[in-house]
Design a protein around this ligand. Structure first.
Ligand SMILES: [Zn+2]
Length: 500
């Protein structure tokens, strides 16, 4: 059995779940669902990042202890993901005892391997990033991510000997060109490394809201170091070797482009320093912008995905997120584009196909489904389309998968228009065109399930199929002609009534 381990970043618990997070989550969810459909053993991990200065500050402002504060916030993420139908297998909170244990045992290995030492650090620090910057990385003296001034910080720290990994990382990327995708983002990571890496401070004495350093109780680990290790906590690094080796290193980290340096430079080096293999694959997606700008608390342009789901329906929002933006490039959310996708793709195409077919089967054939024909004019095309969709899913290209599926929906609708079964007398011509259209719907349900699980399951039910489109192995179910006749068809209300 193949295994598929997929992770999202863990989100700052101070933040409010917004459409940018939802974009990452729905993407990762679609990959997890597809891999479950093809019978892989899937482990889908997400969670919340709960340490660091900003969180301790926010807790104090709200008159709570950091623990009380994070306990009050983490459920917002869990609720949001439940409402967005995100099928994660584990939700990690970095304040859990299992995480403390893993962070300490991982960094103890790094320490014992000689890659951690103590020194005075003086540097330019962005409080929002909780990261130090080099002068050259700043944007007119401001943080390149937040556009706000950095501060000069000086403290006694433990340092990670990142400089020892410049050559090893370059060599590793040379041997594993697939490790970071898309290639433009791989080049960005290589660019960072080729500049030459400097040692980085990994502990703090100025705050105590973090994981304590096991060999020096004055220090806590810097939040970024602790956060990255969540990926190992969840697979029982240091606790269950068998489980760890089952899932590591063949992981797929899905990340946004703002955290390339942490995931594609620091993290693989940390793994090497601890004596384990770096992650096998990191996929970097673009930002979903709003009006051309990154969604951020300070920008006041956050879009609430749950409000959109209430208004358009959850699956319409999930569809829009994956259909409108090439995974890996930046996208730009607009209300108009969502409405237009809804009306053209969902109401006019998918919804219309289902409504026409079920209406005619019910009115002319008493709801008894005819079977598809082996030599249907749609058979070869459907085979090619489903093969494209399968390939796209395996290559983290949901947009291409959806485009392929919609081309089949188009063809099926076009054939209905040409043959016009609603005008035909009873007989084989009527039965054939309807049986073929039902078979197209069956295939569409399988290919679309990762993005629109509720919609696919409902269409599946209306065309008389048992179980759900996720049952069985999708790879075996994608060939033409498996729809069985004499199923009972239900003509329900339109799934996507047109919107103004
Ligand atoms: Zn910053």
């Amino acid at each position: 059995m193949s295994r598929f381990f997929i992770t999202t970043p863990i989100y700052y618990v101070n933040d409010v779940p917004h459409l940018g997070h939802a974009y990452t989550m729905v993407s990762a969810d679609s990959f997890a669902r597809w891999h479950r459909q093809i019978s892989d053993d899937v482990f889908f991990l997400t969670g919340t990042d709960e340490h660091g200065l900003k969180i301790a500050q926010a807790a104090a402002e709200n008159g709570m202890s950091p623990k009380e504060w994070t306990d009050s916030l983490a459920p917002r993420f869990q609720d949001a993901w439940r409402k967005l139908n995100i099928s994660y297998d584990d939700f990690i909170r970095t304040t859990e005892p299992r995480h403390y244990e893993t962070v300490q045992s991982f960094l103890k290995s790094v320490y014992e391997n000689g890659y951690i030492y103590k020194d005075i650090y003086r540097g330019l620090y962005c409080v929002s990033c909780e990261a130090y910057y080099q002068e050259a990385e700043l944007d007119n003296g401001n943080c390149p991510i937040h556009g706000r001034p950095v501060v000069v910080m000086e403290e006694e720290n433990y340092f990670f000997r990142l400089s020892a990994f410049t050559d090893r990382l370059l060599e590793w990327y040379e041997r594993h060109p697939e490790a970071v995708g898309p290639s433009s983002k791989r080049n960005e990571a290589l660019g960072f490394i080729r500049q030459g890496l400097q040692d980085i401070s990994i502990t703090r004495t100025s705050i105590d809201w973090g994981v304590p350093v096991p060999w020096d109780s004055q220090h806590v680990f810097y939040v970024w170091y602790d956060a990255l290790i969540n990926y190992l906590t969840a697979i029982d690094y240091g606790r269950d070797l068998e489980k760890f080796e089952l899932w590591w290193p063949s992981v797929h980290h899905i990340i946004g482009k703002d955290i390339i340096r942490f995931h594609c430079v620091w993290w693989p080096a940390m793994c090497m320093a601890a004596g384990i293999d770096p992650p096998a694959n990191i996929f970097v997606h673009g930002w979903l912008l709003v009006g051309g700008e990154k969604m951020a608390k300070s920008a006041g342009n956050k879009v609430d995905p749950l409000e959109l789901a209430n208004e358009f329906g959850l699956d319409a929002v999930r569809y829009y997120l994956l259909r409108d933006t090439n995974f890996g490039s930046d996208g730009d959310f607009t209300y108009e584009a969502l409405t237009s996708r809804y009306n053209s793709d969902l109401a006019n195409n998918l919804g219309n196909l289902l409504q026409r077919v079920t209406t005619v089967v019910v009115s002319k054939l008493g709801g008894q489904a005819p079977k598809p024909t082996a030599d249907s004019p749609l058979a070869v095309f459907a085979g090619e389309v489903m093969e494209s969709a399968r390939t796209a899913w395996s290559q983290f290209a949901p947009q291409d998968a959806l485009e392929a599926i919609w081309s089949l929906i188009h063809e099926a609708n076009a054939r209905l228009e040409v043959v016009a079964p609603w005008k035909l007398e009873l007989g084989s011509e009527l039965e054939n065109v309807l049986g073929d259209a039902l078979e197209c719907l069956r295939l569409v349900c399988i290919g679309l399930y990762p993005v629109m699980p509720d919609t696919s399951s409902e269409i599946w039910r209306r065309i008389g199929m048992d179980g759900s489109p996720e049952d069985g192995n999708a790879l075996a179910a994608l060939s033409w002609g498996q729809y069985q006749s004499s199923k009972v068809i239900e003509k329900g209300i339109p799934l996507f009534p047109r919107r103004k």
